[in-house]
Design a protein around this ligand. Structure first.
Ligand code: FAD
Length: 575
């Protein structure tokens, strides 16, 4: 097997991975830093897809305390408060770094200050943006800076297993597949960052990029690490509904549309959100998605089975100017966003849950760090729009610097556990054989999508969650007996990778389902129709799923209100 050695190995090239590389190099320029990524650097992941923007308290009338309180209240008091505090404070440094050091151009007001727009669930308009295509600006500038530095790139390299040392005490490296050849590659490293960006693509309607299939979380589970808040899956209310035959279905129409005053209408053209929440369309994503799901269940739907978003009352010219990207995206699918109505459906967008991590992004496994959407704890039960890219860039930078310090302080390479490498290689080879039937996978994927959408989705109950347990078992059994690729034909064999994607997704779906079954109350993004009483924030506890030798297990952790207690506020103390 091909083997490479590096000081720091970063898995993923979104906001978290790219920032980690830059900060690692800044902290210890002589270290060898490698980024391994499933796609091409600068062209994949969800940071590039960020439309709306980046939350940061930089306006004089705003404050980090206010941003913090919005984040905690949005998260239903389930957040790790110290991590949330780091998010809101370091975001101020990051946005300056993005503008002044990396060269991002964000939209500005006539007086030259940075323009900040409204996003739902916030008490202040604090979302910094570049039109409605903010992620392209951020990732292009970040990627240029990484290219300009001495960072080794392993593009189209898919991580498949975290390999520990022989005694299991620390990380030794990562087993990968070079997707261009199908070859297995072991990259040994003194520190590894998990920044593969989660991604709830196990749901019928979903927004994330096609390269995201929860690989990082699945690898973390198999490495025995705890994942917290896995039941908290965020649905974005306005996924485009353009029919079954297009990948555009499920892609997101940004939150700023509702923030700016867009209306949601049922199939008969009536506005329904004021019946559900005083903030109407500007309520948080969980509330709006649930209301939409209810309306859809009542059957007052559009021709394609969803609902409408309408913007024309704001003036078509203004909509065309302020939401150029969205207007063009809708036009590509035959809809007139500026002057007509667009069919939409709630779409799985983000996982608040993920790997438990500490303030410096270290995990329980020595030498393994985690940042960005692979992690849990920052957002609690619900993420505010605009806090996602802040999360990945803030913690990616922190992780890069922490790994560099850790390695520079003398962390050594460990000898990789050969048996673990063999076992992981075997697992990945399961669907290879002489008589491939690549056509078997779409039906399995459909079953996964339906199971998760209907039984582990926006509205859950005990019966559905039990049904889902059986369905996931059956899906996994069927996955394990299909043959999808020929051993001789592994060069860019996307069907093989599709099988690997599904394996990760099923494993993580089980964790989501188990945590959802365990939480017998309703909180943020998790809503149980059989336990619809809201969780008591004063005794807020989070789920923790871990894969032990007897299979997965869920335990509870108590939230420490380290900065503010439910019912109190930091705002009185704001500077
Ligand atoms: C359509 C859309 C719009 C969004 N809009 C906003 C917004 O306006 N504001 C906001 O704050 N947030 C937004 N988000 C969320 C935001 O994009 C994410 O929270 C954040 O960018 C995640 O960053 P990340 O670095 O953790 O992951 P990503 O940027 O997704 O990067 C993950 C990387 O890991 C790689 N990878 C995956 N699996 C493997 C593997 N097995 N091996 C190696 N590499 C792997 C991927 O190829 C990719 O390079 C949006 C998300 C989407 C999908």
């Amino acid at each position: 097997m091909k083997r490479l050695r590096t000081d720091i190995l970063i898995l993923g090239a979104g906001g978290a991975g790219l920032f980690a590389a830059l900060h690692a190099k800044q902290t210890a320029p002589d270290l060898d830093v490698t980024i391994a990524v499933k796609g091409q650097l600068g062209k994949c992941g969800c940071t590039r897809m960020v439309q709306g923007g980046y939350n940061v308290a930089i306006a004089p009338e705003d404050s980090i305390e206010r941003h913090f309180m919005d984040t905690i209240e949005g998260g239903q008091w389930l957040n790790d408060q110290d991590l949330a505090w780091t998010l809101v404070t370091v975001a101020r440094e990051r946005i300056r770094e993005l503008e002044n050091e990396l060269g991002c151009f964000f939209d500005r007001n006539p007086d030259g200050t940075i323009h900040q727009k409204a996003f739902a669930g916030q008490t202040f308009d604090r979302t910094v943006h570049k039109g409605d295509l903010t992620g392209i600006e951020i990732v292009n500038r970040l990627a240029e800076q990484v290219w300009a530095r001495d960072v080794r790139r392993l593009e189209e390299h898919r991580a498949i297993e975290l390999i520990k040392s022989r005694d299991g005490a620390q990380i030794a490296g990562v087993l990968m597949i070079d997707m261009r050849s199908g070859e297995f590659v072991l990259v040994e490293a003194r520190a590894v960052l998990l920044a593969t960006g989660g991604g709830p693509t196990m749901y019928r309607y979903h927004t994330p990029s096609g390269d995201k299939s929860c690989d990082g979380m699945a690898m973390a589970l198999r490495a025995g690490l705890p994942l917290r808040d896995m039941e908290m899956v965020q649905f974005h209310p306005t996924g485009l509904l353009a029919g079954e035959d297009t990948r555009m279905t499920g892609t997101v129409l940004e939150e700023g549309l509702r923030g700016a005053g867009g209306y949601l209408l049922d199939g008969a053209g009536e506005r329904f959100m004021p019946r559900y929440d005083a903030r109407a369309e500007r309520a948080t994503r969980d509330i709006v998605s649930r209301a939409m799901f209810e309306e859809m269940r009542r059957g007052r739907t559009t021709p394609l089975g969803g609902l409408y978003i309408e913007m024309k009352h704001l003036g078509p010219e203004r909509v065309r100017r302020d939401f150029k990207g969205m207007v063009e995206r809708c036009a590509d699918c035959g809809f007139d966003l500026a002057g007509g109505r667009v069919e939409v459906v709630p779409t799985a967008h983000y996982m608040m849950g993920g790997v438990e991590f500490k303030a410096d992004c270290a995990t329980e496994l020595v030498g393994l760090y985690a940042a960005g959407e692979d992690t849990g704890g920052v957002h609690g039960a619900n993420r505010l729009g605009g806090n996602g890219v802040a999360n990945s860039t803030v913690f990616g930078g922190i992780a890069g610097a922490a790994m560099a310090r850790w390695v520079a302080a003398g962390a050594a390479w460990a000898e990789a556990d050969a048996a673990a490498i063999d076992a992981a290689t075997e697992r990945a080879r399961v669907p290879l054989g002489a008589r491939p039937d690549p056509g078997a996978l779409p039906a399995i994927r459909e079953r996964l999508w339906d199971t998760m959408w209907h039984d582990v989705g926006i509205i859950r109950d005990g019966d559905g969650l039990s049904r889902a347990a059986d369905a996931l078992d059956a899906i996994e059994r069927d996955l394990d007996v299909v043959t999808v690729a020929n051993e001789q034909d592994l060069t860019f064999n996307l069907t093989w990778h599709d099988w690997l994607n599904l394996k990760s997704l099923v494993q993580v779906s089980r964790a989501v389902r188990m945590a959802a079954a365990e939480r017998q109350n309703s909180c943020g993004a998790h809503y149980r129709s059989d336990y619809d009483a809201a969780a008591d924030p004063l005794v807020a506890s989070y789920t923790r799923v871990r894969l032990g030798s007897d299979g997965p297990d869920v335990t509870w952790g108590r939230v420490a209100f380290s900065r503010v207690k439910p019912g109190e506020s930091l705002l009185g103390q704001a500077a």
